[in-house]
Design a protein. Structure first.
Length: 109
């Protein structure tokens, strides 16, 4: 619907919209996103999205035929970071297991 570059705020950077939850009465839309970068980049992106919200809401209103355009709120999607953490733990466990097997093979057990 909105393409990359539609919002000309350099603070937004590269984001991926991961999901949107709309309230049953269509009055509120929670937009979840992920972004690259550290905590400071994440805060900067959140501030930039907050600044861009009125523009984005107008864009949604011009494309969606509703009596009232939903209020937009942007929330960082923590699930991506949690998935990355779980994958890292699993990789670490596999590496430990492989190292243990190599030690066992070297000692002849």
């Amino acid at each position: 619907m909105l393409t990359r570059g539609a919002v000309h705020d350099p603070g937004i950077g590269f984001i991926t919209l991961t999901r949107v939850k709309v309230s049953p009465d269509l009055q509120l839309a929670r937009v979840y996103y992920s972004s690259l970068g550290d905590e400071k980049a994440r805060r900067d992106t959140a501030k930039a999205l907050e600044r861009a919200t009125p523009y984005l809401r107008r864009q949604v209103g011009s494309r969606v035929k509703l009596r009232r355009v939903p209020e937009l709120t942007f929330e960082f999607d923590e699930s991506i970071a949690h998935q990355d953490r779980v994958e890292q733990v699993l990789r670490d466990l596999h590496a430990e297991e492989d190292a243990r097997h190599k030690d066992d093979d070297a000692t002849g057990d």
